[in-house]
Design a protein around this ligand. Sequence first.
Ligand SMILES: [Zn+2]
Ligand SMILES: [Zn+2]
Length: 247
Amino acid sequence: MAIGDYLHTFLDIFYPRSCLHCNRNLNNSHGLYLCETCAGKIPYISHPCCIRCGALLGPHVKSKAKEGCAACKGKYLPFDTMTSVAYYDDVMKTLIHKFKYARLKFLSRLLHDILISHGRVREVVPDSDVIVPVPLHWFKKMRRGFNQSELLSLGIQRHFSKPLSANNLCRCRNTASQTHLSKNQRQVNIHNAFFVAVPESFRGKRVVLVDDVLTTGVTASECSKKLREAGAASIHLLVLATAKHHD
Ligand SMILES: [Zn+2]
Ligand SMILES: [Zn+2]
């Protein structure tokens, strides 16, 4: 048990627990971090999605084939498949904010459990060779104390007993915040921000690339390109939450 977990247990004893999303008192609740109402409001992506690009498919579109949907067929994508579990909205946005910016590291357990329980994740990971988190620049990681994608990947690694490679795909530039940039500006900002230290380690490997939040997809695409250049046999992108509206 990490020190943070002990601290959390300690706080539970001496302070009333409250729901991280709505602040309702949790002392008479089974929920550890969320009340039952908020736990039921996690915005899972429950519609059928394109297996290749992750786009929502219409209710009568059967195709989940690897050649893609009407939106991505024939288009170059640096990854082979893409799965996102929830929308970056509502309760999920709160959880990820508390996890990353309030540094509630213990929330990684709840969040990787959400990832692991997704049907498509349970299909993709057993057929892979290595799990790779989207890296943070060392300075950002030092300031936050952890890389959120790495903690999610650790949960996946432990559950599926797959190797984790957290240091081979590296972020060599600490780019400016992407939050207020357009997709084109993000592309310029992120160009050559990543490299693979030992390409041979990824050669011929089926890679699962893990990211916490997908907004424009520029970061995940750039990482996928580097993995592809290193000789990865396939790249399967797993994302905890996708932003609903982006340019
Ligand atoms: Zn609540
Ligand atoms: Zn598609």
